[in-house]
Ligand binder design. Structure first.
Ligand SMILES: Cc1cc2nc3c(=O)[nH]c(=O)nc-3n(C[C@H](O)[C@H](O)[C@H](O)COP(=O)(O)O)c2cc1C
Length: 179
């Protein structure tokens, strides 16, 4: 089994695309193939000590899922299944997709919901990220002046995605035991 699990939720596929860009950078022993959270089980996720989790923000600053009018179940429903799971001893890094122009008043709020949930389950969260280079009015995902995970905006800044990924993955490498 690979050392790092990578899971995502999505509605229109951009968060899956980013998961694939991340996986492309690692061999199969290091990282598993990305899986949609609506195609895995709690045990499937809990099998990993190291996790990279991706989510868009949809609806009204929400996690993807049926209440956010998504086409299928997603993080909203999977988080309900994870309630009570023990994440202590697990190292988790989150990336979030949002739209700072269209939703600048709730930019990446869903990333905060995932972060907050996992923290409450005992996870060690790594991979916070500076707010420089983004323009938005408000984001719940900014804690102590930094995003709680990698902030991506494929709607307005898709050209920055690869370089942001490279820098972020480098920054989490020590915590993930990567060379
Ligand atoms: C109906 C709808 C609601 C959205 N709400 C938010 C939001 O509250 N905050 C935000 O930052 N982005 C919001 N977005 C932008 C999405 O997060 C962004 O387009 C993302 O890349 C979609 O990812 P996906 O293709 O993986 O579903 C919204 C997009 C749509 C279509």
């Amino acid at each position: 089994m690979a050392r790092i699990g990578i899971f995502f939720g999505t509605n229109t596929g951009k968060t899956r695309k980013v998961a694939k860009l991340i996986k492309k950078r690692y061999d199969d022993d290091t990282m598993a193939d990305p899986l949609n959270v609506n195609r895995t089980t709690v045990e499937g996720m809990m099998a990993y000590e190291y996790l990279i989790l991706g989510t868009p923000t949809l609806g009204d600053g929400q996690l993807p899922g049926m209440s956010a009018d998504c086409d299928s179940e997603s993080w909203e429903e999977f988080v309900a299944k994870l309630e009570g799971a023990d994440f202590s001893g697990k190292t988790v890094a989150i990336y979030g997709l949002g739209d700072q122009v269209g939703y600048g008043h709730e930019f990446l709020d869903g990333m905060f919901l995932l972060y907050d949930f996992l923290k409450q389950q005992g996870a060690t969260l790594v991979g916070d990220w500076p707010t420089d280079g983004y323009e938005f009015e408000h984001s719940d995902a900014v804690v102590d002046g930094r995003f709680v995970g990698l902030a991506l905006d494929l709607d307005n800044q898709s050209g920055l995605t690869e370089q942001r990924l490279d820098a972020w993955l480098k920054s989490i490498s020590p915590a993930f035991g990567l060379g």
